[in-house]
Ligand binder design. Structure first.
Ligand code: SAM
Length: 317
């Protein structure tokens, strides 16, 4: 089946931007537009609530929203289901004193999601090193009404984790550049490349993996970081399990006592997990989430979550 044919089977996912709107109001709005809230997408003018992601609605694949008033005003965000996983797994705090980083933010789908989960409170630094993409990010953040976001046009790797302004950062999202091999519309093209030039492909993946590992190790240097989510839209173990495995063995992970969050803390109800054969401890794969393009009604995706182990301070009496 071609990428286009597979894409045509993926529901149209719409995330309600709870910074500006509520789920019940969105449901009322769609009902007034002639849609019926149902339990499956069998009929054409139906929509359903997603079973894993709160505030995510599913519409039949051919439904379009680009001219929709609620979409244009920022109340709705068109975002694949799998790409909603990282913010939900990071579960940033909704508190006035919360400080969170989105290290690789543009175009801003996950930034606006994080901001909504923080209920627009505290501070969310959104880094983006590319100038043009940074423009898109600032536009999206402002259209979505995210006033707790501070977009920063710089390279996350050049930030000083010991800078005072990052002293209270507890949660970090890393969704760095990757091969994009899980994106369904790109699959055909990638298959051809794979056949044409295996060696060049491997070389490219290894370079991406070194960069991705650097990003995780840098995030682990933030003194109060207690939860770090690393995600990709790649299907390759080189960019996924192998990067996580190397990160767990890094000096930064040992110094910060980072380990993988257990399955019950990482979308426990999602069926597809990581590849055990790629991990030093095979059971660690249950902590990892994978989405398989074509099989899960999403693009291909990978999510992992590192947490800092609590150290028990012995009591003095
Ligand atoms: N999280 C985004 C979203 O959901 O809309 C998508 C992020 S995209 C996969 C990766 C982004 O990270 C690109 O825009 C890229 O320019 C940016 N990037 C890559 N390396 C970076 C770095 N070292 N510091 C800041 N941004 C970086």
């Amino acid at each position: 089946q071609s990428g286009d044919a597979r894409a045509a089977q993926i529901p149209r996912y719409v995330r309600v931007n709870t910074t500006m709107w509520t789920l019940p109001d969105a449901v009322k709005y769609f009902t007034s537009q002639g849609f019926t809230l149902g339990t499956s997408l069998d009929a054409s003018k139906t929509f359903v609530k997603d079973e894993h992601i709160p505030d995510l609605l599913l519409f039949p694949p051919q439904t379009t929203f680009h001219e929709d008033a609620a979409y244009k005003s920022g109340k709705l965000i068109l975002q694949d289901k799998a790409s909603c996983f990282p913010a939900v797994v990071l579960a940033p705090p909704a508190r006035k004193d919360a400080v969170v980083i989105d290290a690789t933010a543009a175009p801003g789908n996950k930034t606006t999601h994080l901001s909504a989960l923080m209920r627009n409170m505290g501070k969310l630094y959104a880094f983006e090193r590319d100038r043009k993409r940074f423009g898109t990010l600032t536009m999206m953040v402002s259209r979505a009404g995210c006033t707790n976001v501070e977009p920063v046009n710089s390279d996350f790797l050049t930030t000083d984790p010991l800078d005072d302004k990052f002293a209270k950062v507890t949660h970090i999202l890393l969704d760095p550049s990757c091969s994009g091999s899980g994106i369904i519309n790109r699959l055909d093209h990638l298959l051809e490349t794979e056949e044409d030039n295996q060696e060049a492909q491997e070389d490219r993946l290894n370079k991406l993996a070194s960069f991705q590992l650097m990003m995780i190790r840098h995030a682990m240097k933030f003194p109060k970081a207690s939860r770090i989510v690393y995600s990709t839209c790649s299907v390759h173990a080189t960019e996924n399990e192998r990067v996580v495995r190397a990160a767990l063995l890094s000096d930064e992970a040992s110094a910060g006592l980072f380990r993988l969050a257990p399955r019950e803390d990482v979308l426990p109800k999602w069926h597809r997990r990581g590849m055990p054969e790629e991990m030093t401890i095979p059971e660690d794969a249950t902590s990892l989430v994978r989405c398989s393009p074509g099989e899960d009604a999403t693009n291909g995706f990978f999510v992992s979550c590192f947490v800092r182990q609590e150290v028990e301070v012995p009591s003095s009496n």
